[in-house]
Design a protein around this ligand. Structure first.
Ligand code: MRU
Length: 367
């Protein structure tokens, strides 16, 4: 997508220095800063501390982390070390383990003296594939939006609600949930997005709103608790969210609060779609009950951060001193509440038979 009119990916290799560069997402929307990542520790920290976040981007970052670890030391010991430490950075998004497995499968049989070049090419391929996957999700999702527009008066708004940030910042480009939105907007459809703020880290308020604004997509920020009310008022035509992991039976894990939106959508007859790239589908897990849910620090709940009028980033306490907090980062929406999944191969029912038919090679264990 574009930042200040210039095409930009969320992770890229600087053609002059060969350094891997990312956008530091902890500073957005107030500062747009590119950081260079060089060592394996820096890659692990960038994922753990959420300079990069969002399942597909976490996967691409891990792939480049493996590549730079191998560029520094191409031995089996270095491959094992990177392959063991990177997946521990964050537990829920399966793209991390998927990318590490795929890099390892490519690099293990490669002679050590050829590994550095092979690793950079393999990481680049994962990044490029992510862009292509998301673009396809966008095309399939666009058809869903067109179908809704067909039942409206010409020029009437199509209201889409989204949760967290499943935008281009959460992927290498396009985003998953936002790809259909960007494609619809670019095709001239009058889309408008209700952006859930997404406490506690506010990825909706700080990232999705920033992205949509940059692209000129009309949007309105709402508190997380407003979605159900807007659906009751008939103000939401469809919900599109991303996912960190889909189990084989179609259960969907995504940012905490997604489940409540799915319940409200179900109760109000609002279609609830999950944009699910195939690397986010975990064919090894029978259902969502076994998905590891990340618990994050209490201070994300007891405090809130933002920019002061003077432009200083400030964090303030909003709960009484001593109040304890519990901070699960994700929840699982049962497959029965998802209208369908939007994958790069098309719209698919959230169940084991349909997913296996659409991705037979993944069922057979190919990455
Ligand atoms: O904790 P985060 O910001 O990494 O969580 C991100 C989400 O939950 C996204 O909705 C999900 O990863 C899909 S991103 C295309």
């Amino acid at each position: 997508m574009r930042v200040n009119g210039k095409p930009q990916r969320s992770i890229f290799v600087d053609p002059e220095t060969g350094a891997v560069c990312i956008v530091d997402q902890t500073l957005l929307p107030h500062r747009y800063e590119i950081r260079r990542l060089e060592t394996l520790d820096e890659f692990i920290n960038s994922i753990r501390h959420m300079w990069v976040r969002g399942a597909p981007l976490i996967g691409a970052t891990a792939a480049y982390g493996m590549a730079l670890a191998i560029r520094a030391d191409s031995s089996d010991a270095s491959l094992d070390d990177a392959g063991r430490r990177l997946p521990l950075a964050r537990p829920t998004a399966v793209n991390l383990a998927w990318a590490v497995k795929r890099m390892t499968a490519v690099l293990r049989p490669t002679p050590c003296n050829a590994r550095a070049e092979t690793a950079m090419a393999a990481a680049g391929a994962i990044a490029d594939e992510d862009v292509a996957i998301n673009s396809s999700i966008g095309e399939h999702g666009l058809e869903l939006i067109r179908a809704i527009a067909a039942h409206k008066a010409p020029g009437e708004k199509i209201n889409i609600l989204t949760h967290c940030n499943a935008g281009w910042l959460a992927t290498v480009d396009w985003g998953t949930a936002t790809a259909p939105i960007y494609k619809a907007h670019d095709a001239g459809l009058p889309v408008h997005v209700f952006v859930d703020e997404t406490r506690p880290r506010n990825q909706g308020a700080s990232l999705t709103a920033w992205e949509l604004g940059n692209h000129g997509v009309p949007h309105t920020l709402i508190v997380d608790n407003a979605g159900g009310h807007l659906m009751q008022l008939g103000m939401v035509d469809l919900v599109i969210v991303g996912t960190d992991r889909v189990a084989r039976n179609g259960d969907v894990c995504n940012k905490i609060g997604t489940y409540l939106k799915a319940l409200a959508a179900h109760d109000n007859g609002v279609p609830f779609y999950v944009a699910a790239p195939s690397p986010s589908i975990d064919f090894d897990l029978a259902d969502g009950g076994a998905i590891p849910i990340e618990f994050r620090g209490e201070e994300e709940v007891t405090h809130i951060s933002g920019h002061s009028a003077e432009g200083r980033l400030e964090t303030v306490r909003i709960a009484p001193t001593g109040t304890r907090a519990l901070n699960p980062g994700f929840d699982v929406t049962p497959a029965r509440l998802a209208t369908s999944l939007i994958t790069e191969r098309g719209i698919v029912a959230a169940n084991s038979a349909a997913l296996s038919k659409m991705f037979p090679e993944r069922v057979a264990g190919r990455l």
